[in-house]
Design a protein around this ligand. Structure first.
Ligand code: CP
Ligand code: NVA
Length: 301
């Protein structure tokens, strides 16, 4: 039997992704009604975190408990991975004991190598290239507030980082138009942009980008691992701050999203997260429900 991994949105078909986010909303409803649903009883998720996390850790951990299973939090400080045990060996060992493995890491290749040697599903909990679990929650959030995103105009403002790359892949998988407004030299990865073809446009002016948009997204200007570049990036990205005034140029029913954590006064103005068009806290909550749907998809026959 081939093992299904979730390293990027392209590991699922568009039909699978759409049914995953619908299922996420169903599981959310059941959970809020107090229903007990434990298809993963006695199943174990190992979670390797090489970078910090609040939402990803808590949503996977809470999700496994709610589905009847357990999770194990592993940091390089406490495991032999941190002392140089090869990824290949770690993958064989952990996958002989656990039912799935979530990894948050730096190089995306680490995930690819781990998956190659793992006997159980591997889930990308964020790499330098991609953050597909976040996009499941984002797409679920749009669906719940506005219905299908197919054919809509989505905008990314700021750094062409791991989140932006994932939106580029999402444009194809969920069939929407994506406009990216970023400074020169901070574009999303050319490999993903080329694969997306004419679904993705890159512009420099945030006002031009948001005109008529149905969804506007941004993220931090310096991602985890880029701490040394933070000061230089701050100056370069200043014109790319998202504010309520910028959203006024978008469609009347625009939604604003940010994967969080956010830096008020930097990529978002101090008042933006409290604007009625912002759904960032629904988005964060949906990490729980979307990943429960993902775990069910990968682990329940
Ligand atoms: N959005 C997100 O992945 O948050 P954490 O870094 O807190 O997990
Ligand atoms: N781009 C950010 C996302 C954090 C959830 C980072 O990689 O740090």
């Amino acid at each position: 039997m081939t093992v299904r991994h979730f390293l990027s949105l392209t590991d699922c078909t568009p039909a699978e992704l759409n049914s995953l986010i619908k299922r996420a909303s169903e599981l959310k409803k059941l959970h809020k009604q107090g229903m007990i649903y434990e298809p993963l009883k006695n199943r174990v998720l190992a979670m390797i975190f090489e970078k910090a996390s609040t939402r990803t850790r808590v949503s996977f951990e809470a999700g496994m408990i709610q589905l009847g299973g357990q999770s194990i939090f592993l940091s390089p400080r406490d495991t032999q991975l941190g002392r140089g045990e090869p990824i290949e060996d770690s993958a064989r060992v952990l996958s002989s004991m656990c039912d799935a493995i979530m990894i948050r890491t730096f190089a995306h290749q680490t995930l690819e190598t781990f998956a190659e040697y793992s006997a159980v599903p591997v889930i990308n909990g964020l790499s330098d290239d991609l953050h597909p679990c976040q996009l499941l929650a984002d797409m679920q959030t749009f669906l719940e507030h506005r219905g299908s995103i197919q054919g809509k105009t989505v905008v990314w403002i700021g750094d062409g980082n791991n989140m932006c790359n994932t939106f580029v892949q999402a444009a194809t998988q969920f069939d929407f138009q994506l406009r990216v407004a970023c400074p020169q030299g901070y574009e999303p990865d050319a490999r993903f942009v080329e694969a997306a073809g004419d679904r993705v446009t890159i512009v420099r002016d945030p006002r031009e980008a948001v005109a008529g948009a149905h969804m506007v997204n941004t993220d931090v200007w310096a991602s985890m691992g880029q701490e040394d570049e933070a000061d230089a990036r701050m100056a370069r990205f200043r014109p790319y701050q998202v504010s309520p005034a910028l959203l006024d140029h978008a469609a009347d029913d625009v939604l604003f999203m940010h994967c969080l954590p956010a830096h008020r006064g930097e990529e978002v103005s101090h008042d933006l997260l409290d604007d009625p068009r912002s759904v960032v806290f629904d988005q964060a909550e949906n990490r729980l429900h979307a990943q429960k749907a993902l775990l069910e998809f990968l682990l329940v026959e």
